[in-house]
Structures are given as structure tokens and as C-alpha cells.
Design a protein. Structure first.
Length: 305
């Protein structure tokens, strides 16, 4: 008949699975490194903590048979603490983001009008005019994180369709924001639409022949100077939590309509007196150069001056 090994023999067979715990910790660390969460430089610091293995073995001998659960928790805490300490003392190597720079250039030719569509994400966009007499429709420099931006032009007779956009609609980059500078010709009649994310936009349209402007943006800072001699202009702006500053040049009449919402409006009532829910220049109906503005915004701060 087989004999019962007794309590002491059963206790000696119990112990802490030190090797298993070590494998779990190392496997978790390797997973974080292969997914980019932790730098591979961590190994340069982690090797200095090898005596922890000896300490874990001592804990196993001391407590493994009497309190295996406590011993396992202490060993696990030693291994995890060693990894955390190594992470803390490892110098941080800055990650250099990859970016692409795209140059945009298109001759003006005999174009009389153009539609311009700009799809922009996080970063800064500056839109302005080319020098008077320039032979180009557009000149631009687009620095974009990740994939390069694209610019396409389709011509039909004396009209053109210009589209500038980010690849894959990259609205936000965790490393480096986009930096775009685009300059347009002063000659043709322009219709401009800007579709932006969380961005800073400076749109100086003072010298451009823009008749229609549509801006759709999120949490952005937007500064717009409306055209000074483009005749009748329509400006429509859709925004979320944005700061919007609109400058109307002297000699340009304006009419401002706004949707009621969680917004703060500051409008120069001396230039644009209020009648009902509309602000308008006294000479708006007879002005040669005039702009009609429509704001459809959320929690935004809007200033018109």
C-alpha cells in the first residue's frame, strides 16, 4: 500500500513559479517594445538589475513552501519593479517624425476663373496672394507629417479646378503638425472652400478676386481678411469650438448673419449697425464691394471688425 507522503513532503513540492513569472514579465516587455510603446534602449538599463533573479530565488526558498501566494506576489513585484526602475533611468531618445514636403506650382495661362478646394488637418495653413502680374495660378509649399500632400489641377477651357489635400485625411499628427503656405493668383475669379480639422488658419484674401468662400473647421483659430475689390462676396463659415477673427477692409460693406448658439459674437456696431438679427453697413445695398457673412458655429468666439 502506498504511503501518504505527509504534510512536509507536500509542502516541499510547493514553491513559486519564478521562471513562469519571469517569462510573463519578459514577454509583456517584448510586446510593448514591438508595438512601439517602449524603446529597445531599455535593455541597456535592465541588465543592471540581474541580481533581482537571485533575490527571487531566495524568496522562493524562504517562503515558497509556507506562503506560496505571498512569495509569488513578491517575486512578481520584484520583476515588475525592476522593469519600471530600468524604464525610469533609461535616457529618452526623441522620436524624429517623418515628414514630406510638396511643392505646388501651376501656370496661370489664360484662366479666367478657378475653384480651389483645400483639405487640411492639424497644423497651420497660410493662404495669401501672389505678387501682381505673376504668371502662376498657385505657388505653395506643403510640409506634412507622414505621406506627402497631393495637388491636382483640372482645366476646362478658361476654367480650372484646383484641389490640395492630405493623404488619407490625416487630421491630427501626434508628432509634428502640418505647415502649409499657399499663394493664389490675383487675376482669375476664385471660389474657395477650406475643409480643416484642429488647425490655425490665416486666410489673407485682401488682394484676391474671391466671390465665394466656404470654411468648415473644428477646434481652430481662424483669421480671415475678406477681399477688398472683388465685388459681391459670400462667406459661409461652419465651426465648432473655434476662435474666429474677420477683418473687413475699409471701403467694403458687410452684412452679418449668425445662428444663435453657444457662441460669443463681437461685431463693430459702428460700422455694422444691428437691425433685428442682422448686422449691416448702412450702404450695403448700394456698395460695389460688399460681403455677406453667414456663421454656423458651436462654442465659438467670433469677432468681426
Amino acid at each position: 500500500m502506498a504511503q501518504d507522503p505527509g504534510p512536509s513532503s507536500r509542502g516541499r513540492r510547493q514553491g513559486v513559479p519564478t521562471g513562469a513569472i519571469l517569462l510573463i514579465v519578459l514577454g509583456s516587455l517584448l510586446l510593448m517594445q514591438t508595438t512601439g510603446s517602449v524603446s529597445w534602449d531599455l535593455w541597456d538599463s535592465l541588465w543592471r538589475f540581474w541580481p533581482v533573479i537571485v533575490i527571487a530565488a531566495g524568496l522562493n526558498l524562504l517562503l515558497g513552501s509556507r506562503a506560496p501566494l505571498l512569495a509569488a506576489l513578491l517575486v512578481a513585484a520584484l520583476f515588475v519593479g525592476s522593469v519600471a526602475a530600468a524604464y525610469y533611468v533609461t535616457p529618452v531618445t526623441p522620436v524624429q517624425p517623418q515628414s514630406s514636403t510638396t511643392s505646388v506650382s501651376e501656370p496661370l495661362g489664360d484662366l479666367k476663373s478657378a475653384t480651389v478646394r483645400i483639405t487640411f488637418g492639424g497644423g497651420e495653413l497660410r493662404l495669401t496672394s501672389l505678387p501682381a502680374g505673376s504668371s502662376s495660378l498657385v505657388e505653395g509649399r506643403l510640409q506634412t507629417p507622414g505621406e506627402a500632400a497631393t495637388a491636382t489641377v483640372k482645366r476646362v477651357g478658361d476654367r480650372a479646378d484646383l484641389r490640395i489635400s492630405m493623404q488619407g485625411r490625416r487630421w491630427v499628427s501626434g508628432f509634428s503638425p502640418a505647415d502649409w503656405e499657399v499663394a493664389l493668383s490675383r487675376s482669375p475669379r476664385l471660389s474657395i472652400k477650406v475643409d480643416g480639422g484642429a488647425a490655425r488658419m490665416a486666410l489673407d484674401l485682401h488682394d484676391l478676386q474671391v466671390t465665394d468662400i466656404e470654411i468648415d473647421t473644428g477646434a481652430s483659430d481662424v483669421a480671415i481678411t475678406v477681399p477688398s475689390h472683388a465685388g459681391e462676396v459670400k462667406l459661409e463659415l461652419h465651426a465648432g469650438a473655434a476662435n474666429i477673427d474677420v477683418l473687413v477692409p475699409e471701403g467694403v460693406a458687410a452684412k452679418v448673419r449668425k445662428d444663435e448658439g453657444l457662441s460669443s459674437f463681437s461685431i463693430d456696431s459702428n460700422r455694422f449697425p444691428k437691425t433685428g438679427d442682422t448686422y449691416a453697413s448702412p450702404n450695403f445695398d448700394t456698395a460695389v464691394n460688399r460681403v455677406t457673412m453667414q456663421f454656423k458655429v458651436g462654442a465659438a468666439n467670433v469677432r468681426v471688425r
